[in-house]
Every structure is written in C-alpha cells, then in structure tokens.
Design a protein around this ligand. Structure first.
Ligand code: ZN
Length: 198
C-alpha cells in the first residue's frame, strides 16, 4: 500500500486518455525513482502550463497568448474562416497543414439531448466576426454526426444573406477506405459530394 499522495497521483494519471490504473501506477513508480530529474521537469512543465494557458479572445483556441498564435500570424489568410466544434478539431485540422486561414471554435455542438442551445455556443461571436467584414469564405467543418450536421445547418441559416461564400467539408471516403467496408451514410455522402474527374 502506498501513501495517500502517491495514490492520488496514480488516480489523477489514470484518468488521462490512454492510461488505465495499471499504467498509471507504473508511471508513478517511474517518477518516484526519478524524483530529482523527470519528476521536477514534469512538475515544472505542468505548473507553467497551468499558469499560462488562456482561451483566445478572438477564436476560442487554447494557447499561452491571446490573441492566439494562429489569430496573430500575418501569413494566415484572414479572408478564410474555418468553424469547428472543439479545440481538438482545430488542432487536428491545423496539424494537416491544409488550411491556411483562421478558425472559430464553437465550444461544442447543438444537442437537444444534452440541452445545448445556440446561446451556449460562441455563435454570436462568429456572427460578429463575419459582420465585421474582411471574411470571404466560411468553411463549416462540423463532425459528420447528426448533431454536427444539425449545427452546420443552423449556422448556414444564420449566415444566410451575409456576403460570404459558405462551404462545407466533403464527408467522403477515408483514405485507403474500401467501399464495401463503409457504412451507408459515408457512402451516400461520398456520392453526393462527387465532383468532375476532369
Ligand atoms: Zn485565436
């Protein structure tokens, strides 16, 4: 039996994605053995992160500065705005280096089941950003779930009449995906989003 403090750390680590109680205990043991080196580094990195993380006042990204590094990067195309549900989606899209515009994080998706209404998301701020001008295209990059698509549809309605081009991710075939392994929804989307070959 370990002391309460050691158990508390193991319990906190066990809640991290990808770690279970077993690997959490192994990590704690590893840290205890390296308490003068790795444990100090980890504690300092966690404390620095705890002190400096802020939500970007413009887009909702999480960074150590606000406006965040993306919003204040002059090489980014301010005419393109990509709307995502969560910070995780922003990071995933940005890691792919395919989109060079800026982002807007809604902070979730509309959900009747979970009682999430339009006023619970940063939709007002999005409309303000678009109304302020300078944005030519809004990419609705919601997840291909029922709630994600409901949210995209709602946003499209709210943005209707504003002088911006509205686009949406084509939810198509995953790279390497074989047709007969795909569910009907994915196939139907892929067919609907089909484009000319030449
Ligand atoms: Zn930002």
């Amino acid at each position: 039996m370990a002391s309460q403090e050691i158990e508390a750390l193991a319990g906190a680590l066990a809640r991290l994605p990808g770690l279970g109680p077993r690997s959490a205990r192994r990590a704690v043991l590893w840290l205890v053995k390296r308490r003068e080196t790795a444990l100090v580094q980890l504690a300092e990195a966690l404390e620095t992160m705890r002190r400096s993380l802020v939500e970007c006042g413009t887009c909702g990204n999480v960074d150590t500065v606000t406006p965040c590094a993306i919003c204040s990067d002059p090489r980014r195309d301010a005419r393109q705005l990509c709307v995502v549900e969560d910070v995780a989606d922003l990071w995933a899209l940005d890691r792919a280096h395919l989109f060079t515009g800026r982002y807007h994080v809604l902070g979730g998706r509309l959900s009747a089941l979970d009682g999430i209404r339009p006023e619970d998301l940063s939709i007002g701020q999005l409309l303000d950003r678009v109304s302020a001008g300078g944005i030519e295209e809004v990419v609705l990059a919601m997840n291909a779930t029922l709630e994600g698509q409901t949210t995209a549809y709602y946003l499209a309605e709210r943005l209707e009449g504003m002088p911006v081009r509205l686009t949406q991710l084509a939810h198509g075939l995953p790279v390497g995906g074989e047709l007969d392994y795909l569910d009907e929804g994915t196939l139907a989307q892929a067919l609907r989003a089909r484009r000319s070959v030449l």
